[in-house]
Design a protein. Structure first.
Length: 273
């Protein structure tokens, strides 16, 4: 019998990263052939019945990859106990997909959602240091010395925080658009580092994650990644670049919807078979 770690199977079935799947097992929500599973258990998904919350898992033959422009105020999770709008509510698809990493509620821009647990695991692991690019609108006009300080490092909570690269894209009426590249960082890192040098942040937009770029996608709209983008993303983290889009799916986007309402297919933009 071909067996593999249970958390790896669950990740492939779209239940999030391997660590998230381990937490499902720890909470007693996973069973194999009717027996509650333990972290470290192995199973064969082709011959054994694996369930989460008593529902059998389904291993997809293909994966779904979605790029969303998250608007400000939307939460980067699948559900929110406070009832705030989530990224999942903006993507009207029946399959179980999860956001890869987080983007602060006050920030906007590119968020990836997928049911490819292996890719999620790699993209969220610090070892792979995926570059992320942001456009940041600040009050003030940073000098060359200020830009150098951000690249040399600013102390936040007694820890040095540095940008891999930062430049001024444009300046107008006492405000400047910055383009900032980082590989890793904690919550609010960019916002806090910029503010530490007395440049209040008005907007923060993530425009790229590794080889994936936001392009001209508008706030609240989404589209499927194409096969070229998926292959590039998987190559970037060193895993096989042979994943394919769901059969019959082509890239298209929908307007943001209120919670609980289905998003219409855009006019003249229906997926082709």
């Amino acid at each position: 019998m071909e067996t593999e770690r249970l958390q790896k199977i669950l990740a492939r079935a779209g239940y999030g990263s391997r660590r998230a799947c381990e937490e499902l097992i720890e909470r007693g929500r996973v069973a194999v052939d009717g027996r509650m599973a333990q972290v470290g258990d192995k199973a064969d998904p082709t011959t054994q019945r694996i369930t989460v919350d008593s529902e059998p898992i389904r291993l997809p033959k293909t994966y779904t990859y979605v790029m969303l422009y998250k608007p400000r105020g939307v939460i980067s999770t699948n559900d929110d106990p406070e009832g705030r709008q989530t990224v999942r509510e903006l993507v009207d698809l029946p399959q179980r997909i999860y956001p890869v990493g987080r983007l602060d509620a006050d920030s906007e821009g590119l968020v990836l959602l997928t049911d490819d647990g292996e890719l999620t695991q790699h993209l969220t692991h610090p070892r792979y240091e995926q570059p992320r690019v942001y456009r940041v609108l600040v009050i003030g006009e940073p000098t060359a010395e200020t830009l150098d300080r951000w690249q040399r490092g600013v102390n936040i909570d007694d820890k040095p925080v540095r940008f891999d690269h930062v430049k001024v894209d444009s300046v107008e009426r006492g405000r400047a658009w910055l383009r900032i590249t980082v590989h890793e960082g904690s919550k609010h890192m960019i916002r806090r580092a910029v503010t530490a040098l007395e440049f209040p942040v008005l907007r923060l937009i993530r425009i790229a994650m590794g080889p994936i770029k936001l392009g001209d996608l508008r706030p609240g709209r989404w589209r499927y990644l194409n096969n070229t983008e998926v292959a590039a993303l998987r190559r970037e983290v060193g895993i096989a670049a042979d994943a394919q889009l769901p059969h019959g799916k082509r890239s298209f986007s929908t307007r943001p919807q209120k919670s609980g309402r289905r998003a219409p297919t855009p006019r003249n933009r229906k997926p082709r078979p």
